[in-house]
Ligand binder design. Structure first.
Ligand code: ATP
Ligand code: MG
Length: 425
């Protein structure tokens, strides 16, 4: 019988990689803390209707990417394809939105039935931010500054570009959509298949088409700028001034529309040219209409989500992981003989009491001194602590530097072991 494999596009994160994940996650968390954002945790499964109503019936995600199933009750449920809908649902359900300001973040797996390839998976991870109750462009600027700070901290700032656009009010989008459809109808036969299908269902998405011929046709299409409402236009120019004042450079991209229906006004993406086609590492925007659309009171909102795997790929490509990530053990305790092992275990616990940051591994499973020393070396530890019968008789432990052979080994009495090891940390 063949052995069972993981589902295509759903990856195991193995011990060597998980250190990198932890590094990235803790770096993101430290930046979020700097801005006073609070974590919210939502279920991975929601009722299907939530995503249909928020993301939009005729988006790629809802049309063909969701993992939807009936549970044993016959209710239609969906593995979340993104975090915003669930976050709004949770915040609304627990009364976090009415007359309140919220700066929230979440992390976890998302699920989309896409063609698996580098940077695109069926289970992938996002860290996202959602803010509620703030209508002016200062908060749009804040979340962008937060991401810029993160890139800087990770050493990525020179490798990513901020692309910026505004989608205006829903009225402005409505007027533009009509003009766009009028124009597109005239060139319908020349459009790619997907775009033809979208012409009446979701014409704005045509702007995002990857098809070269369609892109050419778009050069002569009406410009959204000419349809933009005054309020959105002012919001956008305020945001640009704020970014300029803070020294964050951006590239205007009038074709940036995003694949989800709920966005209005600001939309942005951080992109890189170092990952091929899957170049967007972080994307977001304003969604002032969504809370109301989901049955709540009208609440301004803006947020983003970043793709963890893509950021890890980028850090790996640029070799930006700190060296010490590979080192997980500082000291390795070697002991042979029952009496020595008993003492070693007690000493290890004492060391963990007095040096809480020490990463100490004790040999388990016996073996000769020689084979234990091999394990000590392989563990990556800086020092080996050795307790044999001679040391036992004298009440001492040998402390041996594993990385510097010039260093003489020391013999230290039990009580002074913590002090001796701390010199190596
Ligand atoms: P793309 O255009 O790359 O498909 P998207 O517009 O569908 O992205 P969003 O829904 O905005 O993406 O999700 C935010 C971020 O999550 C993306 O910028 C990307 O970094 C990451 N992401 C989205 N889909 C996947 C996936 N299938 N696998 C890995 N990461 C993903
Ligand atoms: Mg997508």
């Amino acid at each position: 019988m063949s052995s069972i494999q993981a589902i295509r596009g759903m990856n195991d994160i193995l011990p060597t990689e998980s250190k990198r994940w932890q590094f990235l996650e803790s770096t993101v968390k430290s930046v979020l803390d700097q801005y006073g954002y609070k974590e919210i945790r939502m279920p991975v499964v929601e009722v299907t209707q939530l995503f249909k109503r928020s993301i939009g019936e005729v988006t790629d995600i809802v049309e063909k990417e969701m993992y939807t199933f009936d549970d044993r009750n016959g209710d239609s449920l969906t593995l979340r394809p993104e975090g915003t809908a669930g976050c709004v649902r949770a915040a609304q359900q627990h009364g976090l939105l009415h007359n309140q300001i919220q700066r929230l973040w979440y992390q976890g797996p998302m699920f989309r039935y896409e063609k698996p390839q580098k940077g695109r998976y069926r289970q992938f991870y996002q860290i996202g931010v959602e803010t509620f109750g703030m209508a002016s462009s200062d908060i749009d600027a804040e979340i962008i500054l937060l991401t810029a700070r993160l890139w800087k901290k990770l050493g990525l700032l020179d490798s990513v570009t901020l692309e910026l656009n505004t989608l205006g009010s829903s009225e402005a989008r409505g007027r533009y959509r009509k003009a766009l459809v009028d124009y597109m109808e005239g060139v319908k036969d020349q459009l790619d298949e997907d775009s033809q299908r979208r012409l009446y269902s979701n014409p704005m998405r045509i702007l995002d088409s990857k098809n070269q011929d369609t892109q050419k046709l778009l050069d002569k299409a009406p410009n959204f700028e000419d349809f933009l409402d005054d309020e959105s236009s002012e919001h956008f120019s305020d945001l640009k001034s704020r970014l300029e004042a803070a020294g964050v450079s951006y590239k205007l991209n009038p074709r940036l529309v995003r694949g989800l229906d709920y966005y209005c006004k600001t939309v942005f993406e951080w992109t890189t040219d170092k990952l091929g086609a899957q170049g967007t590492v972080c994307a977001g925007g304003r969604y002032d209409g969504l809370v109301e659309q989901l049955g709540g009171k009208s609440t301004p909102a803006v947020g983003f989500a970043m793709g963890i795997e893509r950021l890890l790929l980028l850090l790996e490509t640029l070799e930006l992981f700190p060296e010490e990530l590979n080192q997980t053990v500082d000291a390795f305790f070697v002991a042979a003989g029952m009496e020595e092992e008993l003492k070693a275990q007690v000493l290890c616990e004492q060391l963990r009491d007095s040096l809480p940051n020490l990463r100490l591994q004790m040999n388990c499973g016996g073996g000769s001194f020689k084979s234990q020393m091999k394990k000590a070396d392989k563990s990556g530890a800086k020092v080996a602590l050795v307790l044999g019968s001679n040391e036992m008789a004298e009440g001492k432990v040998v402390v041996k530097d594993l990385r510097n052979s010039d260093q003489e080994q020391q013999t230290v009495v039990f009580d002074e072991l913590a002090q001796a090891i701390s010199n190596y940390l």
